[in-house]
Design a protein around this ligand. Structure first.
Ligand code: FES
Length: 130
């Protein structure tokens, strides 16, 4: 069996939503200290919906594929849904990642969480009650 699924290869070769959003409502940057890869997510949020999302990833192919897929999974979705996106869901949507590459999908989950936290820090009134 090939090490990487066709979906991983597709999102690695043709990543969706690459770039930045100048007037982003939330920006999150995370990194993995072990491999040194860095991921940055930009969110545009209107009426509690993720209107637009872009990413910049300085990292391995799995990290690029994971961030690309993660942006596709949350675009157009309610913020509450994006908040619950797990790295497992990202990896499943990519038809799997090798075990030792699962941490790459964790970066995608963490980058979205960090961008949403930034959004809530700037818009405390939007934060759902816990
Ligand atoms: Fe670190 Fe992929 S090897 S994010």
């Amino acid at each position: 069996m090939a090490l990487y699924s066709e979906k991983v290869m597709d999102h690695f070769r043709n990543p969706r939503n690459v770039g930045t959003i100048e007037d982003a409502d939330g920006i999150g940057e995370v990194g993995n200290a072990k491999c040194g890869d860095i991921m940055k997510m930009y969110l545009k949020i209107e009426d509690d919906i993720i209107k637009d999302v872009k990413f910049e990833t300085f990292g391995c192919g799995s990290a690029i594929a994971s961030s690309s897929m993660a942006t596709e999974l949350i675009k157009g979705k309610p913020v509450a849904e994006a908040m619950q996106l797990t790295n497992k869901a990202v990896a499943e949507a990519l038809d799997g990642l090798p075990d030792y590459k699962m941490h790459c999908s964790v970066l995608a989950e963490e980058a979205i969480q960090a961008a949403l936290e930034d959004y809530y820090a700037k818009n405390p009134d939007k934060k759902p009650a816990e």
